[in-house]
Structure formats: C-alpha cells, structure tokens
Design a protein around this ligand. Structure first.
Ligand SMILES: Cc1cc2nc3c(=O)[nH]c(=O)nc-3n(C[C@H](O)[C@H](O)[C@H](O)COP(=O)(O)OP(=O)(O)OC[C@H]3O[C@@H](n4cnc5c(N)ncnc54)[C@H](O)[C@@H]3O)c2cc1C
Ligand SMILES: NC(=O)C1=CN([C@@H]2O[C@H](COP(=O)(O)OP(=O)(O)OC[C@H]3O[C@@H](n4cnc5c(N)ncnc54)[C@H](OP(=O)(O)O)[C@@H]3O)[C@@H](O)[C@H]2O)C=CC1
Ligand SMILES: CC(C)=CCC[C@@H](C)[C@H]1CC[C@@]2(C)C3=C(CC[C@]12C)[C@@]1(C)CC[C@H](O)C(C)(C)[C@@H]1CC3
Length: 507
C-alpha cells in the first residue's frame, strides 16, 4: 500500500466504522480519562476551591484584565476554558489568538433556603449543582441536559429543558450577575440594579464582560417524576395537543415530545411526586443496562396507547445524556444492544471532551457535509408548519420538541407581542439528513430564513450560516449596542456576538 492508500484506508475506517476506534481505543481511554480527570478535577478543585475566597479570586480576574489594559490592547479577550472542554460542537479558533483570561471559579457559594436561590461561580457544572441541591430537596427550575454544561456557558449562551414552558430559558430564572468588565471594574446587575447590563448579558457569549458569579432561582424537588406517554399518528393532532398542554393555565411540570416520522410521535407530560402510584410501573431509565431513552419512547408509539411510568428524578433529568439524544447511535451503532449495555453500558457515554479532542479531520468534514445539529426556536403556533419545512429541507428523525416561554424582557430575544410572555418551541434536529438535495449551507440558510421570518431564533452553540445583517435581524441588538457603547474599552476587548459565533471563527 502506498502512503496515500494507507491514509485513505484509515480515513475510511475512521469515518465509516468509527465504532472500531471507539471500542478499541476510545472506551478504554475514556475509562483511564475518567479516572485521570476525576483525580485532576480533585486537584484542580482543591487548588481552586475556596468559597470564602471569592472576592480574592475575582481580584485575580480583575488583575489579568488590568494587565491587558496596561498593554497595547492589540488582542481581544476570551475565557481560558479550552475549546475541547466546551459543549458546542466545534472548538472556537479565536481561543488561539485572543488573550485568555483564567476564570477559575468553581464553587457553589451559597444556598439561600429562605429566598430559594443559589449563588454560584461560573465553572460550576450542572452535575455539581444538582449534587449540592438534591440532599436539600431542591433543584434548579430548569436543569439543562448534559452534566458538563456550566453556569457561565448557560448564562452567556442559553439553556432550555422540559420545564421551560413554566420557567423560561436559563436567563429567566437568574436573578443577579456579577461581572468583571473590560476596564477591570466589578459590577453586579439585576432587574433593579444596572438593568441594561442585566438584560444584555444573556446570549452575549462573553462579549460584555467576564461572569464571576450568578444568583439563580431554585424550586422544591420530589423523588420521582410521574411520566405519561401519549402516542400520536398524525402531526396535526400531536401539534394541537402539544400546544394545548404548553399554554394551559395549570400545565404539567414537564413537557416534551419526540417525533419519529413526520406524522408519528410521542408527547410526554410529567409531574414531580413523592411516591410511586399504582397506575404505572417504576422505570429507572438511568441504569447502565437500561435501553436508550428515545428507544423506550419509540416503543410507546408501536404499542399505540397511553402509558404511565414513575422515573427517579435524576434519571429523568439525564434521560438523553447516556445516548447524547440519539447522536451516539452514529458513533456506536450497537450501543443499545442488550449484550453491549449489560457488559459495557457503565462506560457510556464516552467523554465528550475526549471525543472532541480526538476527532479526526475526516469526521469533522463528514459532519460538516452530511450531519445536522441545530436547535431552532419558533413561536409555538408555527410548530406544524415548521415541521413540514424541516421535513422537506432536512428530513432527520427523531426530532426533539420542547416548549418554552420567552418573557417580555428587554434584550436580544425581543418578542413581537405586548403580553407578559410568548410560548415558543425548541425544534432540535440532530442527525444525518435524508432529504433529497440537502446541502449544508443552502439548506440551513433556508431554514434560518424561515425561522427569522416567523420571529424565531437559532441556538448559537450550533453553526449559524446567517450573514451579519441577517443575524442582527434575528437578534435585537438595540440594548446590546447601547450597553457596549456605554462600557469603557468593551469594544476593544470583545468582538460582537456574531464575531464569536459565526462559522468562520467557530470552525
Ligand atoms: C473528589 C472530588 C471532590 C469534589 N468536591 C467538591 C465539593 O465538595 N464541592 C463542590 O462544589 N465541588 C466539588 N468538586 C468539584 C465538582 O463537583 C466536580 O468538578 C463536578 O462534580 C463535576 O461535575 P460532573 O458533571 O462530573 O458531576 P458528577 O460528579 O459526575 O455528578 C455527581 C452526581 O450528580 C448526578 N448528576 C449530575 N448532573 C445532574 C443533573 N443535572 N441533575 C441531577 N443529577 C445530576 C450524577 O448522576 C452523579 O450522581 C469535587 C470534585 C471531585 C472529583
Ligand atoms: N439543554 C441545553 O440547553 C443545552 C445547551 N447547550 C449550549 O451549550 C453552551 C454551554 O456550554 P458550556 O460548555 O457550559 O459553555 P462554553 O464554554 O461553550 O461557553 C459558551 C459561551 O459562554 C461564554 N462564557 C462562559 N463562561 C463565561 C464567563 N465566566 N464569563 C464570560 N463568558 C463566559 C464563552 O465565552 P468564551 O468564548 O470566551 O469562552 C462562550 O462564548 C451554551 O451555548 C448552551 O446554549 C448545549 C447543549 C444543551
Ligand atoms: C438544546 C439542546 C437540548 C441541545 C442538545 C444538543 C446536543 C444534541 C448536542 C450538544 C453537544 C453535541 C453538539 C455533541 C455531539 C452531538 C450533538 C450534541 C450532543 C457529538 C457527540 C457528535 C459527534 C462528534 O464527534 C462529537 C463527539 C465531537 C460531538 C460532541 C458534542
């Protein structure tokens, strides 16, 4: 074999049979990695953990910004969290050219049981937070799926989950932010104190300042979720009931739906309960040997009748984590096979950071060309129309549907109603497109145009193919621009949001 033939063969194996690499190399390395990263986390945590030293740690962030200020300011600023650790699909290339500011703030600072709030530093993960809150009988109002998501990333980006139809997006139950600004000063903001800054921070992707703490609302938690599955075989029926459940005066605490074809899907409604009732069976879906959740849901479609189950709270919160929704089936096609689950299920899922770190160029190219990962957010009344458009343009199933409320607050997410809030739906499409004529850029651009025309938004952890003008039309920049104009050195220190999330800098 010539060198080129060997390379082509290796590329073929990497792309077409990634599972071989995952089984032979990644899972064992994942295990070693998990042990190593637990030790490393422990050391890093011990070195950095110091809830009482918060003020001192903030001063360290300030002094790094001041050092940049005293220099020639020829580079811009971003956090030093490496791209491979972050949850967005790609590794921002700006991390290599910008000055990296270490924001090593890892602690849960205070749980206030009276006011039902928790104050945390930005590197606190969803896993760490739920571990702190669970013994106290508390939970975040919305627990974004995937353990490694951080408070900083969710505040500066956004977070959505199946209780968002009540509480809104991550930003809507954050009550206060503390930031280090580009002039080196520390400010706190809330709806009453520096409200402009407070409302401009969500979706700003670290382009206004560095978050050093956030006060977040918590809610009482119970042990189980009573989960009702309702299968539908007609899109209009499912859409009708989905909307009806979401906008009810007293809705269920959790609502989501999975579409398995254009016309068939399962609507799930859930409520927290203390005891397992006798109207359904107990189902610990989080156990290592359990079938992947979306596969279990699909069975309710085949059975074609309403069913009730009782699921442990944490298992429910993490129902899509073990299979990365349905993304893991492309990497390990037999990952849901009972033999695999019983023998190796405990190793699942592989570490995202390790997968990202070892992702070969060929796989990146393949994902660019023939894989879609997008969350599109549209007013809920356009659900049926949107599914039809997504079907024609992309044709990826399952589709994740999650209702959420956008409150009528100032900021980048401007809603076109005078009411207090408007109900939206997150349409999550993750997988290999089957639509004839699918072409990543043109098809995604048509979807983006549809979303924009229907007063919707695109989630920005994924790729955006909009132009700057289109991006500014989708997200209202009025308050954001005003805040950037008013903050000293802000424009020198940080690019605009688009300059950070657009395809060419994200890569
Ligand atoms: C040995 C060690 C000691 C540490 N001590 C502390 C400490 O005292 N205080 C502190 O603040 N940090 C501490 N840390 C740091 C911090 O907890 C870890 O970095 C953090 O646990 C990593 O988060 P994870 O996502 O891996 O959560 P994990 O540690 O894997 O998760 C902990 C538990 O919570 C569950 N869980 C995870 N996410 C969710 C969710 N979203 N909803 C419901 N349940 C969930 C998991 O199933 C698991 O059982 C410590 C880390 C280590 C390794
Ligand atoms: N269920 C859900 O809602 C899901 C949400 N997501 C998305 O994933 C992302 C969060 O992932 P995560 O890995 O935690 O975050 P990332 O490290 O990806 O950070 C996201 C953005 O927030 C900025 N940021 C993070 N911390 C700070 C800080 N302390 N100060 C200033 N800016 C900061 C980052 O800036 P910088 O570039 O400078 O590092 C970056 O632009 C969000 O965009 C979220 O929408 C993904 C999956 C599921
Ligand atoms: C709003 C909501 C619920 C979003 C869910 C987004 C998930 C579907 C995304 C988040 C992280 C994500 C981009 C990821 C991937 C798939 C889609 C994920 C899981 C995968 C696993 C695809 C395969 C890739 O080789 C690689 C391993 C790097 C990524 C890792 C992150």
């Amino acid at each position: 074999m010539t060198a080129i033939e060997t390379e082509t063969f290796l590329e073929y194996i990497l792309v077409e049979h990634r599972w071989i690499i995952v089984m032979v190399a990644l899972l064992p390395i994942s295990l070693i990695w998990k042990i190593w990263s637990t030790l490393r986390n422990y050391v890093v945590f011990k070195l950095n953990s110091a809830p009482k030293m918060h003020i001192k740690k903030v001063k360290e962030v300030q002094s790094q910004v001041k050092a940049w200020l005293a220099g020639d300011r020829s580079t811009r600023l971003c956090t030093a969290r490496p791209g491979w650790q972050a949850m967005s699909f790609r590794q921002g290339i700006y991390k290599k050219t910008f000055t990296n500011i270490k924001v090593n703030l890892v602690d849960v600072l205070e749980v206030d049981m009276e006011n039902m709030t928790v104050r945390c530093e930005p590197l606190v993960t969803m896993g760490q937070l739920s571990r702190t809150l669970e013994p106290l009988g508390l939970a975040l109002a919305v627990v974004p799926e995937l353990d490694q998501l951080t408070v900083g990333g969710l505040v500066m980006g956004t977070g959505v989950e199946s209780s968002s139809h009540i509480y809104g997006l991550f930003q809507h139950f954050c009550l206060q932010y503390e930031l280090v600004l580009a002039d080196g000063s520390v400010v706190t903001c809330s709806k009453d104190e520096n409200p402009d800054l407070f409302y401009a921070v969500p979706w700003s992707y670290g382009t206004l300042g560095f978050l050093t703490s956030a006060v977040i609302k918590v809610v009482p938690a119970k042990k189980y979720i009573r989960l009702e599955y309702r299968p539908y075989n007609k899109l209009s029926d499912l859409a009708h009931h989905f909307v009806e459940e979401s906008v009810k005066d007293k809705p269920h605490q959790f609502i989501e739906a999975l579409l398995f074809t254009k016309n068939s899907g399962v609507l799930m409604t859930g409520d927290m309960v203390d005891k397992i009732g006798d109207d359904g069976k107990f189902n610990p879906i989080g156990k290592w040997y359990a079938e992947w959740f979306f596969k279990q849901v699909e069975r309710h479609l085949t059975n074609n009748r309403t069913a009730v189950e009782y699921v442990p709270l944490r298992d429910y919160y993490h129902r899509h984590t073990r299979s990365f929704f349905w993304e893991l089936q492309d990497i390990i096609p037999f990952g849901n096979h009972p033999i695999f689950r019983y023998l190796l299920g405990w190793l699942m899922p592989p570490e995202v950071s390790l997968l990202k770190l070892t992702q070969p160029e060929a796989v990146t190219k393949l994902y660019d060309k023939a894989h879609v990962i997008q969350d599109m957010l549209v007013p809920v009344e356009h659900l049926e129309k949107a599914i039809n458009v997504f079907h024609d343009e992309i044709e990826v199933y399952p589709i994740w549907l999650c209702p959420f409320r956008v409150f009528n607050h100032p900021g980048q997410l401007k809603i076109k109603t005078k009411a207090d809030s408007q109900m939206f739906v997150d349409i999550g499409v993750y997988g290999v497109p089957k639509a004839k004529g699918y072409e990543t850029v043109t098809s995604t651009r048509r979807i983006e145009a549809f979303v924009s025309k229907h007063d919707g938004f695109q989630m920005l952890y994924a790729d955006t193919y909009t132009t700057l003008e289109e991006f500014r039309a989708m997200f209202d920049h009025t308050l954001y621009d005003k805040v950037r104009d008013s903050l000293p050195y802000c424009k020198d220190a940080f690019p605009e949001i688009y300059g950070k999330v657009n395809r060419s800098v994200r890569k």
